[in-house]
Design a protein around this ligand. Structure first.
Ligand code: BES
Ligand code: ZN
Length: 629
């Protein structure tokens, strides 16, 4: 049996005894041992790590990319702090082929991989003895986190491409470390790749690439601030860079770079707006990479290098709330991080609120309010679907509850903060949120912590907490009745147009001049049952099938498939063959699946052709639809 050991330097309290709290509020110094929470609600059941015994503080990767074998191989050297007497460290491993584990002096260490448990992978236990730095030699073929794209899946169609997606628990498929959001680690990397590919990571590039003389180059990166390990990310391909401001810029394939740069050119101003709202941007540079359309998400907030889908490019910056969102994660998520995935509203809900504040600063109140109204409608829709009592509609999700989806974590989370803003006024609310970020910078957080912090620093008393339903907001399903309602004027014109259409089929005359949010609202509020004739009329009058805005195109295809509209099937097939973004792909297959005899054969046929082109995360979500046979 394992001895229970004194926790000492491994826990938050101990870190604070050597590092004064004021110092922890500043940008974390290199190699700082970031605190780990020890309360039961901060216990991450998705990791095998036992940070109270021994934990990783720094990861040094030395890896080669092999695009032919879809293999990443090399070493990970881990720095460890361990409680006195602890002689083993437990890491997370999912499918890694480990060949050796050695000390700094090259002495082999004993290691073993335990039984694997589905999503979670397996524990990798290393007997460290007195060693505090270990090197693991390993490789990973077709790791779930990594998507290796064939040249045909890129815009240039000439070179292969690679990107990673770590959130939530996929990085253990290519990095042997403690893969838990509450266990922050600094990291560095040396990555080799064949010419002419460039490599970017979620760390600052060190120097210029080194030509190795064998057709390959080595790239070096470092992240000197402790980050949650899901935020270690890599991409490689035939990519170029275009600067935006002095600390911002965008990478993309040459064929995409012009459009990517136009779409992201408000980014420097967004960083400035975010800083005015909630304090300094603490990561140095803010760059982005626009990936090929197989990327499974809209965006991913990898530090100093946000990853973006190209499907947000509409040519008019109408979908750049995505950039505001990923940027906002530089505070909510990357600076203050959910300790456990059941509290991901602390990342996503707070970020969605912050996103909207940035949108308001850059694009004005009309657009910001419209986006709030769209988000609110999505909450109502989800509650109608799953029921107001469904446990998955609470913000805090204890282990074992299945989330009712993004409208809760993102939109209800944001609605909670908007309600507080309305109750206490912007000035007080903003001061509160800023101090929350400052006080917990580079540290994990839980629902219980934000509850206590709100009570002490914004709400003021238990009675007041009761009045504004603080506990209900965080822990109960449904939507508390004091929710801040969206501005009824936001879509007044659109809702009138949609009512007119529903009544007598009259088409909206203002469509061409409408904002993207307005068009999305109209498409979402149409009567859901439409005949083929009605759909044909809508399509030809509004040009839906040829829309260059993927959010609008998606809503149209979804509506068409839900009505068994044959003429839209080739369009759906092209869209699903091009785009791997889960948010679009999963609902379209679900819409087909829901159409039984008509839709299921189509879904099966399309998926047979597109599945291999999707990231493991997208594949997993679609596979689950097909499993409901
Ligand atoms: N961090 C998320 C993406 C994510 C969430 C990956 C959960 C894996 C598991 C990212 O910041 C995000 O929220 N992306 C959204 C953006 C949208 C809300 C503007 C997306 O991908 O659609
Ligand atoms: Zn997010």
């Amino acid at each position: 049996m394992r001895r229970i050991l004194p926790v000492l330097a491994l826990m938050a309290g101990a870190a604070c005894t050597t590092i004064p709290p004021e110092a922890m509020q500043e940008a974390a110094p290199a190699r700082m041992v970031a605190p780990v929470l020890a309360t039961p609600d901060a216990l991450d059941t998705s990791t095998y790590a036992q940070p109270q015994l021994a934990r990783v503080t720094h990861v040094a990767l030395n890896l080669d990319l092999d695009f032919v074998a879809r293999r990443i191989a090399g070493t990970a050297t881990l720095d460890i702090v361990a409680a006195p007497g602890a002689d083993t460290i437990v890491l997370d491993d999912k499918g890694l082929a480990i060949t050796s584990v050695t000390t700094e002096a090259g002495r082999p260490l004993q290691w073993s991989v335990g039984a694997a448990d589905g999503e979670k992978g397996a524990p990798l236990e290393i007997v460290i003895g007195a060693a505090r730095r270990v090197t693991i030699a390993y490789s990973a073929v077709d790791a779930d986190a990594l998507q290796w794209l064939a040249p045909e899946q890129t815009a240039g169609r000439e070179h292969p491409f690679l990107f990673s997606q770590g959130q939530s628990i996929l990085n253990r498929t290519w990095i042997p470390t403690q893969d838990s959001p509450g266990i922050r680690q600094t990291w560095e990397a040396r990555i080799t790749a064949p010419k002419p590919l460039d490599v970017v990571m979620s760390g600052i590039q060190q120097g210029t690439p080194e030509d190795l003389g064998d057709g390959r180059r080595a790239f070096r990166f470092a992240m000197d601030k402790p980050v949650a390990p899901y935020l270690i990310a890599i991409a490689a391909g035939d990519i170029d860079f275009a600067p935006i401001g002095s600390r911002t810029g965008v990478w993309a394939e040459p064929a995409t770079l012009g459009r990517a740069h136009y779409e992201t050119s408000d980014t420097e101003r967004m960083v400035e707006a975010a800083e005015r709202l909630y304090g300094p941007y603490r990561w140095g540079r803010y760059d982005m990479i626009v990936l090929p359309p197989a990327f499974p998400y809209g965006g991913m907030e990898n530090p100093v290098m946000t990853f973006l889908t190209p499907t947000f490019i509409a040519g008019d910056r109408s979908l750049t709330g995505l950039v505001a969102h990923e940027l906002a994660h530089s505070w909510s998520g990357n600076l203050v991080t959910n300790a456990v995935w059941g509290d991901s509203w602390l990342n996503e809900g707070v970020t969605s609120y912050f996103e909207n504040r940035i949108v308001e600063e850059i694009y004005g109140t009309k657009r910001a309010r419209q986006e709030v109204a769209l988000d609110y409608a999505a909450i109502i829709e989800t509650l109608a679907e799953v029921g107001e009592d469904a446990p998955g509609t609470a913000l805090h999700q204890p282990d074992g509850t299945e989330s009712a989806g993004s409208a809760i974590i993102y939109n209800k989370g944001a609605a909670f903060l908007r309600t507080l803003e309305q109750e206490y006024g912007r000035e007080r609310f903003d001061a509160w949120l800023r101090q929350w970020f400052d006080k917990h910078a580079f540290q994990p957080a839980t629902s219980a912590m934000i509850y206590e912090d709100l009570k002490a620093n914004l709400v003021g008393s238990e009675a007041e907490a009761e009045r504004i339903k603080l506990r209900e907001w965080i822990y109960a399903p449904g939507l508390p009745e004091n929710v801040a309602k969206p501005d009824p004027a936001a879509f007044a014109e659109i809702d009138a147009a949609s009512a007119a259409y529903a009544k007598d089929g009259s088409l909206p005359s203002g469509w061409a001049a409408w904002t993207s949010a307005e068009r999305q609202r109209f498409l979402q509020s149409l009567p859901q049952e439409r005949s083929a004739g009605q759909l044909a009329t809508l399509d030809s009058a509004l040009g839906l099938s040829t829309s260059g805005n993927n959010e609008e195109l998606f809503l149209w295809i979804e509506l068409a498939l839900a009505n068994r509209y044959d003429p839209a099937v080739p369009l759906a097939e092209r869209f699903l063959g091009r785009v791997g973004r889960t948010k679009f792909v999963r609902p379209l297959f679900a819409a087909l699946w829901a159409q039984g005899d008509w839709g299921r054969p189509i879904a099966r046929r399309i998926y047979a052709g597109t599945r291999d082109g999707y990231h493991a995360a997208t594949r997993g979500s679609v596979d689950r639809i097909f499993a409901n046979d």
